[in-house]
Design a protein around this ligand. Structure first.
Ligand code: NAI
Length: 449
């Protein structure tokens, strides 16, 4: 599905006309290309005085990745990104100097620029001023993300109390947010819970030696996830219903993996996935629960069949498969579960009580499944897409589709690759300290939470 409006307002005469009429002009986002540098210009590292040590550590890590780091604004210079380190702030008063310094350089932020904060979560154990300062970062960042233009984004990494600024998942999340891999992630704060995880030897092939299963991989987002996990070095097993067998075989061939024709609601789906994957590839490390369906109706018109079908595919099947994996003794080598949720499961969506319930269920499930995996160095997390251009969203009637597409800070829908990038990051060794979390890939969808 292509976005004709986005093309028109960025080409030729229609671009000029849109400018004259003052129409919103979404910018085509830059996506990751293999071999691309992490950032396309200098990165400014700023911070509160209290967070100077962490700012220094972050600057050193960036320097280690061959990034051109600046600690002060140089007049006339353009920046690819700003990292704002606020990990040790103890009072909201401490925000004014560093945040206004970012304000002062915003006109020097390049197109497709990145702003990334590092902060800590506000907890009930904090002194009120500390909690206020920490929570203030959240509100500031989400507001700033709504002010940026030109394909730029603002996101935050939130470090749990025992987590240092150079923990693998802090650096992994920082890299993800700085890079074009997070093109459609905006206004999000991602929590790093622990120092678990490892930095990959090769950032372009972080999944080397790993075996991954992707459900619903015959088309759309699932096919994009399979492609990217393979590109990142994993051996990939693709799963979809027998009716999609031909397309599924095409994806399996493309990624040099294998295919399993399977309805994931089958009572023994987990066992069959394991049997195939361990039998053919010797191990199973990553499971991406992507298969999902829509059967929209207002609740007043909802039928039992529509409710049950959505709950069965979108959540009950995942619960059953996970249970079979967890009790098999075969899913124990730093395993990763990444489930596709939806912003409908967070903010709700009219006509989607069944879908919203199933996707809210996914979020609850990963939160409670993650602790069962930590003993093996494993994690479970969810990715919640907003509006993504696929066959599924192409079926939405024109007016609500156009509304959903534009109602985000980036004024456009995402692409399947945007969801795939977030999944690949959460499946990677560097994300080992991110446990039971939800990462939204929604361009900072303006509807709801
Ligand atoms: P899609 O409809 O294009 O692809 C879904 C795939 O899942 C299809 O190949 C289908 O055959 C397969 N599938 C369905 N039921 C299955 C079953 N019982 N067993 C095995 N495979 C099954 O959907 P799309 O857009 O690629 O969505 C993928 C995931 O992303 C879904 O979980 C969806 O809910 C979620 N999502 C999509 C959004 C979007 O804007 N497209 C937004 C938010 C979430």
């Amino acid at each position: 599905m292509s976005d004709t409006y986005l093309t028109l307002v960025n080409t030729g005469l229609t671009k000029k006309l849109a400018g004259r009429l003052g129409l919103p002009r979404p910018v085509p986002l830059l996506r990751h290309q293999p071999g691309q540098p992490l950032v396309a210009g200098p990165v400014l590292v700023l911070g509160s005085e209290s967070s100077a040590d962490d700012a220094k550590a972050v600057a050193a890590a960036l320097g280690g990745w061959a990034v051109d780091v600046r600690r002060d604004v140089v007049p006339g210079e353009t920046y690819a990104a700003v990292v704002l380190v606020l990990t040790e702030i103890a009072h909201p008063d401490e925000l004014s100097a560093p945040v206004l310094a970012v304000g002062g350089m915003l006109r020097s932020l390049a197109r497709h620029g990145r702003i990334v904060t590092l902060s800590r979560p506000a907890t009930p154990d904090d002194a009120p001023a500390v909690a206020a300062a920490r929570q203030a970062v959240d509100g500031m960042l989400r507001s700033l993300a709504k002010e940026l233009r030109g394909g730029s984004t603002a996101n935050g990494v939130v470090l749990a109390s025992e987590v240092g600024a150079q923990a693998p998942s802090v650096l992994g999340a920082l890299r993800f947010f700085l890079s074009t891999r997070s093109a459609f992630v905006d206004g999000q704060l991602l929590m790093v819970d622990s120092e678990a995880g490892t930095l990959p030897a090769d950032w372009d092939a972080p999944l080397t030696g790993r075996v991954a299963v992707v459900t619903g991989a015959a088309r759309g987002i699932g096919a994009a996830i399979a492609d990217l996990l393979a590109l990142d070095g994993a051996k990939v097993v693709v799963v979809d219903v027998p009716a999609a067998g031909e397309a599924l075989a095409g994806v399996a061939n493309r990624v040099r993996g294998t295919a399993v024709q399977l309805d994931i609601t089958a009572p023994d789906a987990g066992e069959r996935i394991l049997e195939h994957t361990v039998g053919r590839h010797g191990r199973l490390d990553i499971v991406v629960h992507n298969a999902g369906i829509l059967r929209d109706r207002l609740l007043a018109n909802m039928t039992q069949e529509r409710w049950d079908a959505v709950l069965a595919v979108n959540i009950a099947a995942q619960l059953r498969i996970n249970e079979q994996l967890l009790t098999s003794g075969e899913f124990t080598q730093a395993p990763r579960i990444v489930s596709i949720a939806s912003t409908s499961g967070i903010a709700g969506n009219r006509g989607q009580t069944n879908y919203g319930a199933s996707k809210g269920g996914v979020i609850g499930m990963v939160r409670a499944t993650a602790p069962l995996l930590t003993a093996y160095g494993g994690t479970a997390n969810a990715v919640a897409p907003g509006f993504i251009e696929t066959d599924m969203t192409a079926k939405i009637p024109f007016a609500p589709r156009e509304l959903a597409r534009r109602a985000s800070s980036l004024s456009q829908g995402g692409l399947p690759i945007d969801v795939a990038e977030a999944v690949a990051f959460l499946a990677s060794p560097a994300a080992g300290g991110i446990v039971g979390r939800v990462l939204r890939v929604c361009g900072q969808n303006l509807v709801g939470a």
